[in-house]
Design a protein. Structure first.
Length: 131
């Protein structure tokens, strides 16, 4: 995938560990725009590389507890990993999530570069159309 500012790449590997627990781990890459506001920019090209880990625990037939961690490892990045946690409800056409996160950027490059704040969470929600 990608966005209008640069290229985005993901390599994820997932596995069901228990009957109701699915986890993934992988790498995220984003070629950041030259004007990106990143606090701890390092010397070198404008890009970000992060390790991603997720866990999905199915607590009821259509309800899961989901967490995601993105840990920047190279390129432009902030001082803290980005994390999020919250319940996700699945319907036949949509998923609804309540989110507690320290990431203020919800775009691809926002998760790759991490967060400026470790323990100052924000609250939000998402609605995704499932095709």
């Amino acid at each position: 995938g990608g966005d209008k500012y640069g290229g985005m790449g993901e390599l994820l590997v997932g596995r069901t560990l228990l009957p109701r627990l699915y986890m993934t781990i992988g790498a995220l890459y984003h070629s950041l725009p030259p004007g990106a506001t990143v606090t701890n920019r390092v010397d070198g090209p404008d890009y970000g590389l992060a390790i991603l880990a997720t866990a999905n625990l199915l607590v009821a037939e259509r309800l899961a507890l989901v967490t995601e961690w993105s840990i920047p490892v190279d390129g432009a990045h902030e001082r803290a990993p980005a994390w999020s946690v919250g319940p996700k409800y699945y319907t036949l056409g949509h998923t609804f999530s309540l989110v507690v996160s320290n990431a203020h950027e919800i775009s691809d490059d926002g998760m790759v570069v991490g967060s400026t704040r470790w323990n100052h969470p924000i609250f939000g929600f998402t609605i995704v159309r499932v095709l």
